[in-house]
Design a protein around this ligand. Sequence first.
Ligand code: NAP
Length: 308
Amino acid sequence: MDPIRIAVIGMGKIARDQHLPAIAGNAAFSLAATVSPHDPGVAGIAHHKSLEVLLAEGPAVDAVALCTPPQVRYDLAVQALNRGIHVLLEKPPGATLAEVAALSARADKVGSTLFAAWHSRFAVGVAPARAWLAERRIDRVAITWREDVRVWHPGQAWIWEPGGLGVFDPGINALSIVSHILPRPFFLKAATLTLPSNRAAPIAADMEFRDTTGAPITMDLDWRQTGPQTWDIVVETDAGTLKLSSGGAVLSLPSGTQHGENHEYAELYGRFAALIRGGRSDVDTDPLRLVADAFLRGRREITEAFND
Ligand code: NAP
């Protein structure tokens, strides 16, 4: 079977750190081109400054991975889908829920694969956590996602703009895991979003959810954490406590702790190839919907200005 000719669009941090190595390590794909307005591309691979130019001048591609900021993703995805090209959307899949729904309908209409890629769901502890929780009574859940924005997002202006999500850019990864491992849906009851006076997106958020049995789920998101970073999910159940830490890489159960090695993007591309070969799409918007609800129902507090 011929490899899927793929172009990486948006040659920033995640494209270089994860997408290029994952594509290079998967025989189902061959990197055909890159697109980025300012980045020089990769030696020996066709490079264009925009998707329009790639589509007009080639080389031919079967798929694109959209690794841009979310605000420009819809227009790029529509261009690709209209050519029958399969599309991987980095997380979050778009700047609004309605645009992702429109993309999903478009993909179905043209018969192309659309994949909303939630990389954290492929962390090594996530599948066993989901299996262990499937039969449990959930008593309470505590999510703590505290990191230093200056370390992880230096100079990323888009992340502070409307649609950039601010602290929900990492926080949505936690929600992608929790919405995948808990056996029942959950929804927002209250939230406080803390915004720097000079920014359009929050630097911190406190959230309270309930699942459909009434179990409380709290979420503490903060981008002002220096020193050790925290990416923990603790689930108390009738059979004891489950803890996923280090973003899903370490799973602690009453029976012991499992440390695995994360291959999130290798798994992600395995899934994308399977979806394309099977003629299917996978567009789960649950994590984005929970974040949208925080903006819909959350109280805003203004805090001191943030400068990089
Ligand atoms: P980034 O470093 O700012 O890179 C984004 C790149 O997109 C920029 O380098 C820019 O290219 C390019 N771009 C902007 N508009 C474009 C357009 N219209 N067409 C083509 N390229 C365009 O951001 P990032 O950290 O890689 O994040 C990108 C996405 O991946 C975000 O949605 C983020 O949530 C997600 N993500 C990031 C991480 C992470 O650890 N950073 C992890 C997982 C997922 P030029 O430089 O050429 O202008």
